[in-house]
Design a protein around this ligand. Structure first.
Ligand code: PEP
Length: 252
């Protein structure tokens, strides 16, 4: 079964524009292209248009880190999906753990964002993952089930198929503690089992699931060889040209 392979970098709220330009130019230069892979970066929203102009015609696509689900209106500070499209975005991060845990995004809002992104024809990367305490209390599967069920509520199988999942255990994000390949594999198999409950085997086997959480050049090999891992979502290591290019070149 061939699924989309995606290597994505989430720049979060880092880099001024000059640094961002150097990073993206260096990345385009250093990436050893592989036509089976999609390379995506999520720069800060204010730089999207300019970064898009640099990436045009290269294998690097761009995405936005967050959107609002309304089309337009008096929503000070928010960015609509149409606005992201205007800036050249193909992808949208939905439900990143920092949105959930710092900004209080609830599953119900994530469901609205996911639906809106799909309706507008962009590709959502839906982030799910448990807190350390939830893992230690044996609640990982319950948490993943509740995040997946609520995000996909009311969604057709066709739209579910267009969604990319990213399993990102919260305790591994930005902490340097990568999940072992076994932990990541188990969680990906669990996420696929939950998709199977909702949409059946064909959909469950077709949805790409990325791993995220302290991915670095020195741990990518162990993750990449796992069948159920279809790519990675990288934070810190995507801010460095060599590190991200090395991660993207795994197995090439
Ligand atoms: C992320 O921001 O999604 C992430 C996984 O960050 P890091 O790679 O720094 O843990």
């Amino acid at each position: 079964m061939s699924r989309r392979q995606i290597f994505a970098g989430n720049w979060k709220m880092y880099k001024n524009f000059d640094e961002a330009r150097i990073l993206v130019e260096g990345l385009i230069k250093n990436l050893k292209g592989n036509s089976e892979r999609e390379y995506v970066i999520f720069p800060p929203a204010v730089y999207l248009q300019k970064i898009y102009d640099i990436t045009k015609g290269s294998p690097v696509k761009i995405g936005i880190q967050n959107v609002y689900y309304k089309h337009e209106g008096a929503y000070t500070g928010e960015i609509s999906i149409d606005m992201a499209k205007d800036c050249g975005c193909d992808y949208v991060l939905v439900g990143h753990s920092e949105r959930r845990h710092i900004f209080g995004e609830e599953n119900s809002e994530i469901n609205m964002k996911l639906n809106a992104v799909l309706q507008e024809g962009l590709i959502p990367v839906l982030c799910i993952g448990e807190l350390l305490e939830e893992r230690e209390n044996g609640r990982t599967e319950d948490v993943l089930r509740s995040q997946i069920y609520s995000a996909f509520e009311g969604m057709t199988p066709e739209n579910a198929l267009k969604t990319i999942l990213a399993y990102e255990p919260v305790w591994a994000i930005g902490t340097g503690k990568v999940a072992t390949p076994e932990i990541a594999k188990d969680a990906h198999i669990t996420a696929r089992k939950i998709l199977n409950e909702l949409y059946g085997d064909a959909v469950a086997r077709s949805v790409s699931i990325l791993y995220g959480g302290s991915v670095k050049p020195d741990n990518i090999e162990g993750l990449y060889v796992i069948d159920d891992i279809d790519g990675v979502l990288v934070g810190g290591a995507s801010l460095d040209i060599d590190s991200f290019a090395d991660i993207c070149s795994v197995g090439n």
